[in-house]
Design a protein around this ligand. Structure first.
Ligand SMILES: C[S@@+](CC[C@H](N)C(=O)[O-])C[C@H]1O[C@@H](n2cnc3c(N)ncnc32)[C@H](O)[C@@H]1O
Length: 360
């Protein structure tokens, strides 16, 4: 029954924007391809070329990222590139889809997102040459404003309905036990999400929000009350007991003692971190025995492979991973995670068992 309700939230997010999100994936695909086209990769691949020849021609660095780019192109369901006898070649009649063509067909709500997708995609060329930048610099470069535009137009709607699914999955009884207690919101970003979580507990929760990007934290501190008023006509009063705290920190290194929080939450975060396995170990460490870790985390293969390349173009981003890896990373810390659906709503209670192996 609960899973059914979780699915209803996912379906509602299709209405509120998930299909537009899929189209945004097409946009990323088109930008990634046009970046490669811009420097002449596809022209070069009109003749069959080995991986080594491609590296030498474009100054790409041998490594997992370059291999992934080649593998992503080769695995594209629309067949762009064929790999035969260790050589890559573009298929006959191959044409890079023009971004204007892609944009014409997309949901109008994602058009303002164009500049952000373009800016982010251009980072892949730096990454192929190992001159890549870190996440905060990338954000500064593209401008936080663009992120906000995306969130206002589409992101917030998707986040909100996915979050409703995550809260459905954890269940009212468990949520009631968190009331009045401490909840860690990992990757709190601008704090809008924290405001939505706070309202779900009618303000009866002590939230600590962490994000590694200083401008995000500054915004969360400044904007929390405004977000409450945007999300609710009559929000509960903020008091000393329920005022959230926002702090600069990474999921992979949480500045909190063991067993500090009754609940830990994240949504669409771990693929941005450098080491999701370490982040899970940290989340389990700071959760009190009996407490819950829950939220939403997309996995391969549903997560878009071109968006994955864009995420991984940041120095410190691991990119998407498999559901089985996620389960294993929890298990290593003595905790079983339940994953509701392909959309990735999950919950894990810290009921300690013997650890399988320790994190290095
Ligand atoms: C999809 S957004 C999340 C949205 C956010 N919760 C909100 O409501 O605005 C991804 C967030 O992950 C954060 N992030 C990136 N690397 C991180 C890390 N190592 N630890 C925690 N958060 C991280 C980013 O700064 C960004 O705010």
């Amino acid at each position: 029954m609960r899973i059914l309700k979780v699915w209803l939230h996912i379906l509602s997010s299709v209405g509120t924007g998930l299909s537009a999100g899929r189209q945004a994936d097409q946009m990323f695909r088109s930008y990634v391809l046009s970046c490669l086209d811009h420097i002449g990769v596809f022209r070069f691949l009109e003749q069959p070329r080995t991986y080594g020849e491609i590296l030498a021609e474009f100054g790409f660095v041998d490594g997992s990222y370059t291999r992934e780019v080649m593998e992503t192109l080769s695995a594209d369901p629309k067949t762009l590139i064929e790999k035969k006898n260790g050589r890559y070649q573009v298929v006959k009649d191959f044409q890079v889809p023009g971004i204007d063509e892609v944009m014409r067909d997309v949901d109008p709500r994602i058009r303002p997102f164009k500049a952000l997708a373009q800016g982010m995609s251009s980072n892949i060329l730096d990454r192929l040459r190992e001159e890549y930048i870190d996440f905060s610099t990338a954000l500064e470069r593209e401008g936080n404003d663009l992120f906000h535009t995306f969130n206002q137009i589409l992101g917030n709607k998707i986040y909100q309905s996915m979050r409703a699914g995550a809260f459905e999955f954890i269940g009212t009884r468990n949520l009631d036990q968190m009331r009045g207690k401490r909840l860690l919101d990992i990757g709190c970003g601008s704090g809008r999400e924290s405001a939505d979580i706070w309202l779900k507990f009618d303000g009866d929760i002590k939230i600590t929000g962490v994000d590694p990007v200083p401008s995000m934290i500054a915004e969360a501190e400044k904007g929390f009350e405004t977000y409450l008023l945007e999300l609710s006509e009559d929000p509960p009063r903020i008091t000393e007991a329920n005022r959230p705290i926002f702090e600069e920190a990474s999921a992979t290194r949480l500045p909190y003692d063991d067993d500090s929080f009754e609940a830990v939450y994240w949504q669409f975060i771990l693929h941005w971190t450098s080491d999701p396995r370490k982040a899970i170990a940290e989340a389990v460490r700071v959760t009190k025995p009996g407490g819950w870790i829950f939220g939403v985390q997309p996995f391969k293969p549903q997560a878009n492979p071109y968006f994955n390349l864009v995420i991984r173009s940041n120095r410190n981003s691991h990119g998407f991973f498999w559901r089985e890896e996620y389960r294993q990373w929890f298990r290593e810390n003595g905790v079983d995670v339940e994953i509701a659906t392909p959309a990735g709503m999950f919950r894990a209670q810290k009921v300690m068992r013997e650890r399988q192996s320790s994190i290095q």
